[in-house]
Design a protein around this ligand. Structure first.
Ligand code: MN
Ligand code: MN
Length: 316
């Protein structure tokens, strides 16, 4: 297996060298490495669903996203980005989580990302349920200090507890604030909606300094101006992008566990990720793809495309 320690840059395996439905099922048909050594950025899977509260299945997310990524070609025809001409990128496989123990899994994830970051690589994560973002942020803040956060989701994920547990897919950003991992007044939650337990469900974050952009404020419009405003407010602060696929309307992305109607469009999702160009992105994730509920594969396909778009906006 080739390693990425020497130039030239790794390239996705072309569709004229091996049929797109065949060969190694890595992200974008990139080379597979065992660690992030020598990489500028890496794709990594976190195959977990033991933090989910409703439908499960996100443990199968990384494999489904990799499978649906097979059609992705190297050049971004809309933005002109050519990430594989400028960065060393590979798929470093999956984190060996403990599927019987969520708390141990959180520590396993942090240790795995400490190792990735020790090589100077930017991790782009194939989830997995949203629980994973808290242990990833522990590693990210351990290297970069508290970070700005762009959080795209139907849900705030700021519960104190779920079923009495502190670690679950509805609590990561409450824990992140408690641990001092975030620059609170540079946290932006986009796409929140649906039913709540109480009228003030989205206000906990606001009280910490978060900016909440409900889905209704995104309806019927381009999100490019919003992203320009967010970039201006973040400036050069290191920034993490966490993208919950349930931010999208279930018409586009039904293959997920906690579905809410009235969500974002695929076009708005592209505007959000492309609107991160120029930020000091230090990592990103795409979470909550649940293949058992994704009969067309389109949810995983959107996830694969958004991860590629994240790669395209990483600082060079
Ligand atoms: Mn979430
Ligand atoms: Mn969600």
């Amino acid at each position: 297996m080739p390693t990425a320690t020497d130039r030239p840059f790794n390239q996705p395996l072309g569709g004229n060298d091996m049929p797109r439905f065949a060969g190694d099922a890595t992200m974008m048909r990139l080379p597979r490495q065992d660690s992030a050594a020598g990489l500028d950025a890496c794709f990594v899977g976190v195959p977990m669903d033991i933090g989910t509260s409703n439908r499960a299945g996100t443990r199968h997310g990384p494999r489904a996203i990799r499978a649906e990524s097979c059609m992705l070609r190297p050049f971004n025809m809309a933005t002109g980005a050519a990430p594989f001409a400028e960065m060393q990128v590979a798929d470093i496989g999956d984190v060996a989580i403990n599927t019987f123990d969520l708390k141990k899994t959180a520590d396993i994830i942090t240790a795995a990302y400490d190792d990735i970051l020790s090589h100077g690589a930017v991790p782009l994560t194939l989830g997995g349920d949203h629980t994973l973002t808290y242990p990833v942020l522990r590693a990210i803040a351990g290297k970069h200090g508290p970070v700005a956060l762009i959080h795209v989701d139907a849900h705030a994920d700021t519960n104190d507890e779920m079923f009495g547990e502190k670690i679950a897919h509805g609590t990561p950003f409450r824990r992140a604030v408690e641990d001092g991992l975030l620059v609170n007044d540079k946290v932006f939650q986009i796409g929140l909606r649906g039913t709540g337990y109480a009228p003030d469900d989205f206000d906990w974050g606001r009280k910490q300094g978060f900016t909440v952009v409900p889905a209704e404020d995104c309806w019927h419009k381009s999100l490019t101006p919003l992203m320009a405003d967010i970039c201006a407010r973040i400036g050069d602060t290191p920034t993490y992008l966490t993208y919950d696929i349930d931010s999208l309307d279930p018409a586009f992305a039904p293959g997920t566990g906690t579905v809410e109607i009235g969500g974002l469009t695929t076009i708005q999702a592209l505007e959000i990720v492309r609107g991160c160009a120029g930020l000091s992105l230090v990592g990103g994730d795409l979470v909550e793809v649940s293949p058992p509920y994704d009969t067309s594969g389109n949810t995983a396909l959107i996830g694969a495309n958004l991860l590629y778009e994240m790669l395209c906006v990483l600082p060079r």
